[in-house]
Design a protein around this ligand. Structure first.
Ligand code: ADP
Ligand code: MG
Length: 347
């Protein structure tokens, strides 16, 4: 593996030297990767399968803050967020390309760390790095990753297939990444005001991992296959539960009743939200970055998923005219908005 000691200036390697340096340990794992790094383009062969492609760009100061995000984690997360989109199609990611723009503020060692995280995620998901682009920027760091995957045509799941009466399901638990971010922001602020003070992050491993090292739900497409359940619609939760439900409802032309008391929230998320005087439900609805999967299933599939600890039924789809609603713990109904729900905004 790459060892990080001193500081090597980017200029000492040059663009081609840097690419060679960063990609020297990349090994091809997939049969579908015919040609990886080194030519003008990569070549992929999925034979009789369909190809699924998704791109995400992460910009320093907008999507991440290097004051508290270690570069290795950033690399890992950049891959996770992209692969999550491929899993949300019920597909399997196989290749990525990695494009970087960075200023000379970054050393070769810093980029090595970023690549260690990228490669760690690729190993975990059995994905090949087959290309990319490397360029300089006036300031900051921009990472753009394109993920490519495969699926049988009849296995792909889109956002527009939900039907009135379908059950709304979510994997894992929600809100953790957002409260993890609140914790990191608080410690950053304390540090800026009194740099001698050590950050107090102990005991918060789960929510910090949710923010810094999110895991794309690689296990869900094969689990659904095993359970013989094909979702009618699916999306990954990058912007918050409320926003993703609205996407499914708009594209599928249905309404939804979401039950507040069914939303899965980990106790550590719940308690930390409370510490920050935040409503844990709002963290789940609007926080985002959980990278869980949200999907709808036909009611007749309920017995197949009901005992599964990875999946929680949180509501059901209704007709479009009934709207998209949160049924609060007290039983009151509130129209759901991308920011959470209406009563919060008004209150
Ligand atoms: P070109 O001039 O044809 O764009 P480059 O010199 O940019 O070629 O890239 C050479 C090879 O290295 C290509 O296969 C490209 O996909 C790959 N590559 C460039 N930058 C990266 C990167 N950051 N990560 C992985 N592969 C990269
Ligand atoms: Mg290039």
């Amino acid at each position: 593996m790459l060892e990080n000691t001193g500081r090597t200036e980017l200029s000492s390697l040059g663009e081609f030297g840097l690419i060679k340096h960063l990609t020297q340990f990349i090994q091809i794992k997939n049969e579908s990767t015919i040609k990886g790094i080194g030519d003008d383009a990569a070549v992929i062969d999925y034979k009789d399968k369909q190809t699924v492609i998704s791109t995400d760009m992460l910009v320093e100061g907008v999507h991440f803050d290097l004051a508290y995000v270690p570069l290795k984690h950033l690399g890992y997360k950049s891959v996770s967020v992209n692969l999550s989109d491929i899993y949300a199609m019920n597909a399997t990611p196989k290749q990525i390309t990695v494009s970087l723009a960075m200023s000379n503020r970054f050393s070769v060692e810093a980029l090595e760390e970023l690549y260690q995280g990228i490669m760690m995620a690729c190993d975990k998901h059995k994905v090949d790095i087959v290309g990319g682009d490397t360029t300089t920027a006036k300031s900051g760091l921009v990472i753009s990753i394109t993920a490519i995957g495969e699926a049988n045509a009849d296995e792909l799941v889109y956002r527009d297939g939900a039907k009135d009466g379908d059950l709304l399901c979510v994997t894992g638990d929600l809100g953790g990444a957002y409260v993890g971010l609140q914790l990191l922001e608080r410690e950053k602020k304390i540090f800026m005001e009194s740099p001698g003070v050590q950050p107090d992050l102990g005991g918060n491993d789960y929510i910090l991992e949710r923010q810094l090292k999110p895991e794309a739900r690689k296990d869900i497409p094969p689990l659904l296959k095993l359970l013989e359940v094909k979702p009618t619609a699916m999306i990954d939760i990058s912007d918050g539960l409320a926003s993703e439900i609205l996407h499914i409802c708009t594209q599928s032309e249905v309404g939804c009743n979401l039950y507040e008391d069914k939303i899965p929230i980990d106790p550590s998320t719940y308690n930390t939200a409370r510490e920050f005087n935040l409503d844990p439900t709002v963290c789940a609805l609007s926080g985002g970055e959980d990278y869980e999967l949200l999907f709808t299933i036909d009611q007749s599939d309920f017995p197949k998923i009901k005992a599964n600890p990875n999946i929680t039924v949180i509501g059901h789809m209704t007709s479009r005219k009934d709207g998209v609603n949160l049924i609060a713990k007290g039983g009151t109904t509130h129209p759901l908005t991308a920011q959470g729900w209406d009563s919060i905004l008004k209150g």
